[in-house]
Design a protein around this ligand. Sequence first.
Ligand code: SF4
Ligand code: SF4
Length: 146
Amino acid sequence: MAQEVFWRTKSLTEMTDPEWESLCDGCALCCLQKVEDEDTQEIFYTTVVCHLLDCNNCRCTEYETRTQLVPNCVKLRPEDVKTFHWLPPTCAYRLIDEGKELPDWHPLMSGKENSVIDAGASVLHVYEVKDNEITEDQLIDYVLDE
Ligand code: SF4
Ligand code: SF4
């Protein structure tokens, strides 16, 4: 029988703050810049990552002030769960909201902080450039092939 752990027994809105924070796997895929189709509102990811990401350890260098420094950096909150469709398919918040299990490389499953990087599931295996290394017009050239 599966172990009774909080991410299997609680909904996102029932989690404590520490539980909510621990659900983030640290992949930083949400730190990739996105472009939106104006006609369909569909979101497309690019291989351009936010300039505030430390690409050595996959951490935000300004985590506490990130939303002031980067206007399109979104602070996820449980009450916004229904808008999570733009998150990457492997994002733990999206997986839990969709009633799915966490992958083996999630730190809560592996017990290892860096298992997301070791498994090649983080942004470090996706990004090509930082957003301050290109112009806004060039962003479209980096749209990720699905
Ligand atoms: S995509 Fe989800 S799990 Fe990954 S860093 Fe962003 S919020 Fe955390
Ligand atoms: S400010 Fe930090 S958390 Fe926000 S997108 Fe940039 S690197 Fe990611």
